[in-house]
Design a protein around this ligand. Structure first.
Ligand code: Z5A
Length: 222
């Protein structure tokens, strides 16, 4: 995915807590595609929306993204710390101010990605992940997480067709199978926060399922 600046928000956002939605899943599952469509649908319903992504979403976090994707391989704990350093900047500079201003935040990947990739994929312990969450995020957690589930070979096919594979995409099938299982385990353990969507469906059907879930879980949509 080409670097993108954090998304736009309406200039006259109401004061008050916004809603925090994250999109998760493996490579090529369609998170970027859905984040664009979902943010547009929310904005079309008159809601102030910020679309953002990880790693990145703030100037310092985008610089760390360059380190994470451009260097390596990293030790898994070091890699998790880099993701959380970027995430801390992202939360402090972009996400928390938006939520405080009453803006809905749609974020492409967040802390669950670290548990799936560095945890299930690379062996980072859950205890270290939880410690990093507490340190970097305080009490902030997503209210709703949409997990886009797709067999890794299909997702990789989509991602590789773009011809710009990063070092995560170059991992073997066992790694991607562990990451997928990691996301599904998170969704099962936290079914109140997470909803699994069939990412093999057409983009319009994925968006419809996402909007239905947002309506049911968060309200705020006609
Ligand atoms: N990472 C980590 O290890 N730990 C962490 O804590 C975090 C991240 C936050 C960032 O890569 C890497 O960092 C990521 C995990 C790791 N691993 N990788 N790679 P990235 O930001 O460059 O890429 P990504 O997050 O994996 O996203 P992606 O590969 O760009 O995929 P996507 O956003 O899920 O998919 P997409 O761009 O929307 O769609 C891909 C293609 O499929 C595109 O041509 C679409 O037109 C097509 N598409 C999308 N939806 C559909 C449907 N429904 N049907 C058919 N075709 C579709």
């Amino acid at each position: 995915m080409a670097p993108e600046a954090p998304g736009s928000s309406t200039p006259e956002a109401p004061a008050g807590p916004g809603r925090f939605i994250t999109l998760e899943g493996g490579e090529g599952a369609g998170k970027t595609t859905l984040s664009r469509a979902l943010a547009a649908a929310l904005a079309g319903a008159g809601l102030p929306v910020l679309r953002t992504r990880e790693p990145g979403g703030a100037p310092g976090a985008e610089a760390v993204r360059g380190l994470i994707l451009g260097q390596g391989p990293w030790d898994p704990v070091a890699e998790a710390m880099l993701h959380f350093a970027a995430r801390r900047e992202h939360v402090a500079r972009t996400i928390a101010p938006a939520l405080e201003a009453g803006i809905w935040v749609v974020c492409d990947r967040f802390a669950d990605s670290t548990l799936a990739y560095q945890g299930a994929g690379q062996g980072l312990s859950r205890a270290v992940w939880e410690g990093l969450c507490d340190l970097a995020l305080g009490p902030l957690r997503p209210e709703l997480t949409l997990v886009l589930d797709l067999p890794p070979d299909r997702g990789m096919g989509r991602a590789l067709s773009r011809g710009d594979a990063n070092r995560y995409e170059m991992q073997g099938p066992e790694f991607h199978a562990r990451v997928r299982a990691g996301f599904l385990a998170i969704a099962e353990a936290e079914s109140g926060r997470c909803a699994v969507l069939d990412a093999a469906a057409r983009p319009e059907a994925v968006l419809a399922a996402a909007l239905e879930t947002v309506r049911a879980r968060l309200g705020g949509l006609a």
